[in-house]
Write a protein that binds this ligand. Sequence first.
Ligand SMILES: Cc1cc2nc3c(=O)[nH]c(=O)nc-3n(C[C@H](O)[C@H](O)[C@H](O)COP(=O)(O)O)c2cc1C
Length: 379
Amino acid sequence: MNREQFIGIAGGTIIAAVTTSYLLSDKSNLSRADIKPSDDLPRQRLRDRTETLQPDEKEILLLASLAPSGHNTQPWFVQYLEPYHWIIGNDRTKWLPAVDPTQRETILSIGTFIQNLEYAAGAFGYLCDWNLLAKTNQDDRVMAVKLIKQTSKNPFDTAKIKNRRTVRSDFLSDVLKPEDLKYLVNSEAEFIHYLPNTSQESQFINEQTIEANRLQADREPAQQELADWIRFSTKNAEKYRDGLTTASMEIEGIPGWVVRNFYNKDNVMKKDFREVGIDKIKKEVSESAGWILITSKENSVATLLETGRRMQRLFLKVWEKSIAIHPMTQILEELSTRQTLNQSIGISENIQFILRVGYLKNYPEPVSLRRPVDWFVRK
Ligand SMILES: Cc1cc2nc3c(=O)[nH]c(=O)nc-3n(C[C@H](O)[C@H](O)[C@H](O)COP(=O)(O)O)c2cc1C
């Protein structure tokens, strides 16, 4: 074999090896649409838990579970008492102690689940009769609900639940139009406050969001917690069906491929990963129509649940208007930024949500994953 032949054969072998490795690699971002209904068949050991569920009960719970939650932990469970009579529970294994030590965000997230559940039940012809059980943010049993058959004159369009998602990139910088703002705020002006990107308050939230993210990235337990909730590979994403995936973090193309195939928790703890994260935040806050803050009068469980519901009612209105909502909670999670917030922006009530908002050219498809109903129903 002469030199040219050798180089030719070796080169061909390398190309074949690289192509094969690529074909065998984790090639594309896993999206919600990639999960087939057959993947949701109850695991054998769980089957007896959900065999009793009526088809519409299962549909309602599935729609409820499309609610948003911090790090997509989905901190709810459903205790099945009898048909159409359940307890909505707080799953302590899904708490985020490093960023949410008082479970404030957990209860807000359960509030979003409860709002979805009520709208979904309405779409299937049921009215919800709620009964608050929890006295603290840590109680396992949060609310009991009975679904009562009653045809609604104006059933909720479940497409809004199915299409809602958190969007983080490519916000336009136009401020919200007065008619859209009116539609979003509706009769809740007491609790929903819009800070247009032209205002000083909005600039302040931009700066503080960057600062709070920097503080949080430097806080080891918070960064470790984030690492624990990232589902790097498609295999892990399919296994857990929760947390943050490359798709939901909007890491596309070659960077997405690199993260899926070569990254693990250790990478998240490295300096360059933290720096890239901050750069992403800087870019995000530079693009928006401003911020929406959701406030509450006090901090009881009932009020936090109602605030979660309020935020979800708002969130379910934006898809049809091509408006993105991106909750950015770090200011509230870091003590030093939280302490100066109210005074600096002149709001005396409790700020529960900080939402970046902005128009989009196109509202993208939802991508974050959810655990199948069978995994969160307990008998
Ligand atoms: C209480 C709460 C806090 C959140 N905080 C953040 C946040 O700080 N940063 C962020 O990017 N997303 C945040 N989110 C959005 C979640 O990450 C998102 O809802 C979850 O990943 C599921 O995705 P989806 O909303 O597209 O269904 C938050 C959501 C909730 C309900």
